[in-house]
Design a protein around this ligand. Structure first.
Ligand code: B12
Ligand code: SF4
Length: 380
């Protein structure tokens, strides 16, 4: 299960896309002969734990995905499981997901297993009775090519948002093909959760997954919803070439950093293979703030990245962070000046709030849909 979003929250929790991490776990379990049920409480809260579901279906393990914003929802699910135990349910409770990485002590004692980090190996070990500790750090999957595909057969039947405003056609599928980040931006929690080593699925594997989604679900577009899709040039080049050599006509979009977009030939190859837009975290137009954020990129690189993308007609969506300690009026002015020089389709303005166990943040994100003239506020 995922955890339901808070009913009232300053963060927007309305982007409903499949939880791919849980999807990997479902596939690993199914491939090892286990029967799985999935309830996406974030997509649509259900009353499954108030019913006789656990008893009727002889459920012996319940696993919950927990992130910080939805943590109250996790607690609510756990309370219901506790009540089921009082009524005689004998099952085991496991939790995993980002919140275990940042505040492991938050989980009540009656939770049997708290899995920090990657779950594919550990979830099987738990079910096979090989785990003795209550709090376990999941073993990292070094070669992501060995992972099964997320459980698309389950997700595809659910009412996720299968479209995206950057791609005309639908359905659009999301993929997550890398883990870890070698950078250490002060505002970001990814390194705390995934570690600094960047691990990837090969270009061939990514291509095969895209083809699978086209052939089985008539996918019209792919959104690589991951921290930095373009970091390993070799695999992205392999992926783009495979799309072109096999004449696969698919639109795709990804999330990236400016330093990955300095080489026009590379950016142009992505455009030729179907890339329609980049979501670029450039964060600030002030060298002083970039330095404080430890962003390891320069304003010169920002300008070059946007120039390269626009040269090959790839649209750009910029993400900025405001309100970090030490930001001055002058820094804001520099950011605004830089923004005026960009031809953005979207701008996400993110405001710092603070976050547990991170360098320092929860951030509010305000997105100005420049072309669409609508607004949205949410956080990363
Ligand atoms: C795509 C994405 C989304 C998507 C899909 C979320 C999802 N559930 O997959 C959407 C748009 C819905 C989303 C929303 C939000 N997101 Co988001 N998102 C991401 C992103 C970029 C990739 C997620 C992913 O696919 N990861 C890869 C998979 C393999 O990992 P995983 O999902 O964590 O699952 C693995 C393990 O955690 C573990 N595991 C997970 N569940 C369980 C359960 C059990 C029982 C076990 C044993 C193991 C286990 O095993 C899985 C496989 O290895 C991450 C950044 C990142 N690198 O992870 C941020 C990230 C997860 N999001 C984040 C945040 C803050 C949010 C929002 C609060 C933003 C908002 N709108 O305000 C909401 C929260 C709602 C929600 N339910 O997630 C933070 C979470 C930080 C935190 N401490 O909780 C992250 C880490 C980004 C960041 N920079 O900090 N997000
Ligand atoms: S913001 Fe991006 S580059 Fe920086 S640490 Fe987070 S994932 Fe890595």
């Amino acid at each position: 299960m995922t955890s339901p979003a808070p009913k009232i929250s300053p963060f927007s929790t309305d982007e409903k896309i499949p939880p791919l991490g849980v999807g990997f776990l479902l596939s690993v379990l199914k491939n090892n002969g286990h029967t799985v049920y999935f309830s996406d409480e974030y997509l649509k809260p259900s009353r499954i734990l108030d019913s006789k579901f656990l008893f009727k279906n002889n459920i012996d393990y319940v696993g919950i995905y927990s992130n910080t914003i939805c943590f109250q929802g996790t607690l609510m699910l756990l309370e219901k499981l506790k009540k089921s135990r009082k009524k005689g349910w004998k099952g085991t409770i496991m939790v995993g997901g980002p919140h275990t990485c940042v505040n492991v002590e938050d989980f009540p004692e009656y939770v049997d297993y708290v899995v920090i980090g990657e779950g594919e190996r550990t979830i099987l070990e738990i079910i096979e009775g090989q785990v003795n500790e209550r709090v376990i750090t999941g073993k990292k999957v070094e070669d992501l090519d060995i992972l099964p595909r997320p459980a698309w057969e389950i997700f595809s039947k659910l009412p996720y948002n299968w479209e995206h405003y950057w791609i005309k056609d639908k359905p659009i599928f999301t993929l997550n093909t890398s883990r870890g980040c070698p950078f250490n931006c002060t505002f970001c929690s990814v390194r705390n959760i995934w570690g600094k080593t960047y691990r990837i699925m090969s270009g061939k594997r990514v291509f095969e997954d895209v083809l699978y989604l086209i052939n089985n679900y008539d996918a019209k577009g792919i959104y690589f919803r991951e921290d930095n899709f373009t970091l390993n040039k070799k695999r992205v080049i392999e992926f783009c070439n495979l799309l072109m050599e096999n004449k696969v006509n698919i639109s795709w979009i990804c999330e990236t950093r400016v330093d990955s977009l300095q080489d026009l030939e590379y950016v142009s190859l992505m455009g030729n293979s179907g890339c329609k837009a980049f979501y670029i975290g450039f964060e600030s137009g002030s060298p002083h703030m970039l330095e404080l954020m430890n962003k390891q990129s320069s304003t010169k690189q920002i300008l070059k990245a946007f120039e390269n993308a626009h040269k090959v007609k790839i649209k750009t969506y910029a993400s900025l962070i405001y309100g970090l300690p030490h930001e001055t009026e002058e820094d804001l002015l520099l950011t605004n000046n830089l923004l005026k020089r960009q031809n953005l389709i979207l701008l996400a303005e993110i405001y710092l709030l603070g976050f547990p166990a991170l360098n320092y943040m929860i951030i509010l994100r305000k997105i100005n849909y420049m072309n669409l003239k609508t607004k949205m506020v949410y956080c990363i």
